[in-house]
Design a binder for this molecule. Structure first.
Ligand code: GAR
Length: 195
């Protein structure tokens, strides 16, 4: 069994969607959710879905022993960032090489970096009169949104789109493609391991 821990800072609709996608799967499961935000709605979703959920403060995130022990407790093989705000510390990146996957709600390398989160991204895209946006799934490295790109999918922006309607389009893409992409990454990693 491959265990995924999801990191989320906000609503957690992707976390819920990923959990539902893998429900009943004998090889991959969501073993836990970690959030840095004690007010995040993802905590309520985790309770509803019966997924163990840990709240780790920004300061606690710097404590490698503390965080790695929590991940060990949940047998975490992969970490999936689904709307996670904090920069991932070095110790996690070296411990989980090519095993931390992020989704970004734009077509990287454009509209990435610190502060480019959720609706901020969509507002910038609309302000710049872009005609398309999309989603990017990538491995995580030491810098915000700069790790190797694994998957992208585009959507069209019409003149009547607002940050809100674009966010809806992006979420639809995320719900459709993020779980499948995670599944593919894990199955490719298994193949390499078995070679
Ligand atoms: C998602 O659109 C995700 O791509 C984005 O935050 C949203 C979280 O929604 N992530 C980032 O902006 C990372 N820089 P959710 O909490 O409903 O899943």
């Amino acid at each position: 069994m491959t265990n995924i821990t999801i990191f989320a800072s906000g609503s957690g609709s992707n976390a819920e969607n990923i959990f539902n996608y893998f429900k009943g799967n004998n090889e991959i499961r969501i073993s836990s959710i970690i959030t840095n935000n004690k007010n995040a709605f993802v905590i309520e979703r985790a309770q509803k879905l019966n997924i163990p959920c840990e709240i780790i403060s920004k300061l606690e995130f710097q404590n490698s022993e503390y965080v790695l022990n929590i991940l060990k407790k949940y047998n975490s093989d992969f970490i999936v960032l689904a709307g996670f705000l904090l920069l991932i510390p070095e110790y996690l990146i070296s411990e989980f090489q090519k095993k931390i996957i992020n989704i970004h709600p734009a077509l990287l390398p454009k509209y990435g970096g610190k502060g480019m989160y959720g609706d901020n991204v969509h507002k910038s895209v609309i302000e710049n009169n872009e005609t398309e946006s999309g989603i990017t799934v990538h491995f995580v490295n030491q810098k915000y949104d700069e790790g190797k790109i694994i998957f992208q999918k585009k959507c069209t922006i019409t003149p009547s789109d607002t940050a809100e309607t674009l966010a809806n389009k992006i979420h639809e893409l995320e719900y459709n493609y993020f779980p499948k992409t995670i599944e593919k990454i894990i199955s490719d990693a298994q193949k390499i391991k078995n070679e």
